[in-house]
Design a binder for this molecule. Sequence first.
Ligand code: ADP
Ligand code: MG
Length: 407
Amino acid sequence: TPGPEFFPAPDRARTAQALAGEFRTAYGTDPEGVWSAPGRVNLIGEHVDYTGGLCLPLALPHRTFVALRPRTDGLVRVRSLQEGSGEVQVPLAEVGAGSPAGWAAYVAGVPWALLQNGFEGLALTGGFDALVDGHVPYGSGLSSSAALECAVAVALGELVDLPLDDTGRAGLASACQLAENVVAGANTGGMDQAASLRCRQGGAILLDTDDDSVTQVALDLAGAGLALLVVDTRAAHSHAGGEYGARRADVERAADLLGVANLRAVDPAGLDAALARLGAEPDGEVLVRRVRHAVTEIDRVRRTAELLRAGRTDEVGPLLDASHDSLREDYEVSCTELDLTVDTARAHGALGARMTGGGFGGSAIALVAAGRVEEAAAAVAAAFAGRGLRAPRFLSALPAEGAARDL
Ligand code: ADP
Ligand code: MG
């Protein structure tokens, strides 16, 4: 049987050089520069972003690159090495809700959103030529969409002389979210763009979705002899969208019944009392489990961040395990492929493992000793084969740098 298939992380310098060459072939001139932005994975804090909770994403070493050259005539021309369909051309004046359709929305939507948000400069109104090369797998829950937007945003931000400190990056992140929500038409929160733009090498960000604040948290996996194994289960169950809406409705109803703005306001010390109140409702049994997940999950994020701050990286495994168990039992968003991944990784040396992202497919993560990544991946691949499931794919990751210039 073939070994597990790993998605390699790109060599940044070499990938940027090669892309500059391809840009020259495509457009007949050198690009102004090459920029890249990472995909992301959430270490912990799942399904709490729509109830004021905390999450702890990190940037993957898997990045999307964009070679770009500004124009002055208001036209955006863009190609992607991942999209064989050729060049997309759109005048900036025609960019807006749902336009352009398809993948180019994630590119052309960015200058549109920056202008909407009050940024100024010829690089935003003049258009550009761009060539994209993505090394974040599509649709695995690792946010290839944000990687693409954020690579474009950091390029344009630099061309309009925006300071690329954390405040500048926060402004770019909200524009990228606006582009994704309005131009691409995907109703998502802001975690992906915040992680892709604001993470630093060797760290995660603690994102507070109640006030949108971000705190840097060191995550020295390499120093602890660890790595993160990301497993793309390649499962995508069709009921995911409906279930997501139902969970949101559950937590909103529970917050109403408890008389709070969101479940972040429920103190873990008062959880039992809150659950007793909800249990008395006609459909209380389900609400009790949903609220128990949200409140304990937010608390687990806090405890994870505390352990990381104390340098006790190797102690976070049980919190990852508890997160998965809560998502499976109380929140009911896991599935066979995610459970099999987590159980198998735990049985093969993982310190902790959990589903990550919305659930019902997508990816799982396992915290593994650096020397045992291959072994854990092989065990997961064998378990999938044994059940007749489609072969999963793997990424090995250490926390990488946010969006930046490469060339
Ligand atoms: P995810 O963000 O989880 O990977 P999404 O559905 O949100 O999944 O975004 C994937 C979409 O983003 C792709 O279908 C494509 O339209 C666009 N995209 C991502 N990377 C690239 C790329 N390298 N080139 C062109 N389009 C891309
Ligand atoms: Mg996405």
